[in-house]
Design a protein around this ligand. Structure first.
Ligand SMILES: *[C@@H]1O[C@H](CO)[C@@H](O)[C@H](O)[C@H]1NC(C)=O
Ligand SMILES: *[C@@H]1O[C@H](CO)[C@@H](O)[C@H](O)[C@H]1NC(C)=O
Ligand SMILES: *[C@@H]1O[C@H](CO)[C@@H](O)[C@H](O)[C@H]1NC(C)=O
Ligand SMILES: *[C@@H]1O[C@H](CO)[C@@H](O)[C@H](O)[C@H]1NC(C)=O
Length: 410
């Protein structure tokens, strides 16, 4: 009896110990795994650096040997030979790459990357921890940034608002425009505000393909509220094959003066000096490369195999502003601003603009669309609005934006 009890006790003890042991081991394993994943992801994102530049905004910009850039992690780019320049005549405006004295980004006030390197914004543990999971980091989440299509599940409370214009059902070889730079207040770290162009083909259900670029304030990605230059691409409706900047292999960068995801040096001020940049996304016919040009710099390209629906041309081009806010449990509208935070009718120096709007047609000529051919999408005109116009000096343009929360927008 006594012995039996002892045996049972011992057995129980062993079992309990085992169970507890397994659980503890499991926990340790999980956190180890998480730790390993973070380390792995950081290693994947941050390439060996030739030189590092500490930007005043806290960013570290790594100058990475051009053939060590993330694009070469893509299986189809393993043997890729970088094309430093658009070669074919389909790109009619080949000027670019020439050095200018203008410093567009803050980090460039502290130094410059050597030849044959490209600047990459270093990713930190905090960047990864801020994002929901390591795997989705760098992807738009939730995936709803397309102006005409709202694919929000019923239970999703994130609301996206647009003030944008687009051309649809065409065969476009590119988008060209000049985008003014602002720093809108974003009232919650879960929200964002941006201005951009979209180059789109395919449809949501069968795989939307987009190439996107502009500026954004996106706390969950960058950990601050600075206005940053960004690019984005997706080949499956903002699903797994999608990402920002150089966060997944695909975009091939050739330029050493512009860092994707880095903050701007100069921001427009209300009724003061206005800053903008020329932004072009244009397909090179012979090579199938979609070139991204920022002001005079050819920044790099997306090979069209990344976005197969854009292999021939884009069906839609769009320009405008967008904000996202979490409407769950929110009693009033967010006060997150779009553009300058002022409505379109305030006009130059007060409202944000995108001017010199052009598309590249299928004969590769830049064409100025007439304002009446631009279709506008303004989701909540009492919160953010838009004005389309045309003039000799500005070509086709929009003013857009607004303050969000106000007596008409509650
Ligand atoms: C890259 O080159 C190697 C060696 O020549 C070859 O085996 C491989 O198939 C190539 N990969 C691609 C994606 O072209
Ligand atoms: C860029 O530099 C090249 C070579 O110096 C010159 O031929 C070309 O005209 C320049 N382009 C611009 C836009 O200044
Ligand atoms: C960014 O804005 C959010 C929301 O207004 C604020 O909570 C946060 O402190 C700001 N972050 C920085 C780094 O300024
Ligand atoms: C930010 O949004 C979250 C989610 O809606 C909310 O819980 C939080 O209170 C908000 N923070 C501020 C400062 O408004």
């Amino acid at each position: 009896m006594m012995l039996n009890q002892t045996v049972i006790f011992l057995l129980l003890w062993v079992i309990i110990d085992l169970v507890v042991g397994i659980t503890l081991a499991g926990k340790i394993k999980l956190s180890d795994l998480h730790e390993q994943k973070i380390e792995q992801r950081l290693k994947q994102l941050n390439k060996p650096t030739v030189k590092s530049i500490h930007s005043p905004d806290g960013d570290i910009i790594d100058c990475v040997w051009i053939y060590h850039q993330p694009a070469f992690d893509h299986p189809l780019l393993k043997n890729h030979t970088i094309q430093m320049w658009p070669k074919s005549d389909s790109i009619r405006d080949k000027t670019g790459g020439n050095k200018t004295d203008i410093i567009h980004q803050l980090w460039r006030t502290k130094g410059e990357c050597p030849e044959d390197t490209i600047p990459i914004r270093r990713r930190t543990r905090d960047d990864l921890l801020r994002s929901d999971s390591i795997e989705t980091h760098g992807r738009k989440n939730p995936p709803t940034i397309f102006p005409t299509t709202y694919h929000l599940p019923d239970d999703q409370k994130e609301v996206h608002e647009h003030a944008s214009v687009h051309l649809d059902y065409g065969e476009y070889h590119g988008s060209k425009s000049r985008i003014s730079i602002w720093k809108p207040d974003v009232s919650n770290t879960t929200e964002f505000s941006l201005a951009q162009t979209w180059v789109v083909n395919g449809d949501w259900d069968n795989g939307l393909n987009t190439l996107e670029s502009g500026w954004q304030v996106l706390h969950c990605m960058y950990g601050d509220n600075n206005t940053r230059f960004f690019t984005y691409w997706t080949s499956n409706s903002y699903g797994k094959n999608s990402c920002y900047n150089l966060d997944c292999p695909g975009f091939v960068q050739v330029n050493k003066d512009v860092a994707l995801g880095a903050a701007f040096n100069s921001i427009s001020t209300y009724n003061g000096k206005q800053y903008d940049f020329l932004l072009t996304i244009e397909k090179e016919q012979d090579t199938g490369l979609w070139w991204l040009k920022f002001d005079t710099y050819q920044v790099g390209y997306w090979p069209s195999f990344l976005v197969p629906k854009l292999a021939d041309s884009a069906r839609m081009i769009a320009w405008g502003g967008e904000i996202a806010h979490d409407a769950s449990g929110q009693k009033e509208h967010t006060s997150t601003q779009m553009g300058s935070g002022h409505f379109a009718e305030e006009g130059f120096k007060k409202a944000a603009y995108i001017n010199s709007i052009e598309y590249i047609d299928k004969a590769n000529y830049p064409i100025k669309p007439s304002p009446q051919n631009l279709e506008a999408i303004v989701t909540r005109p009492e919160c953010y609005n838009l004005k389309v116009g045309s003039s000799r000096r500005w070509g086709t343009y929009i003013f857009y934006g607004g303050p969000g929360l106000n007596p008409q927008c509650l």
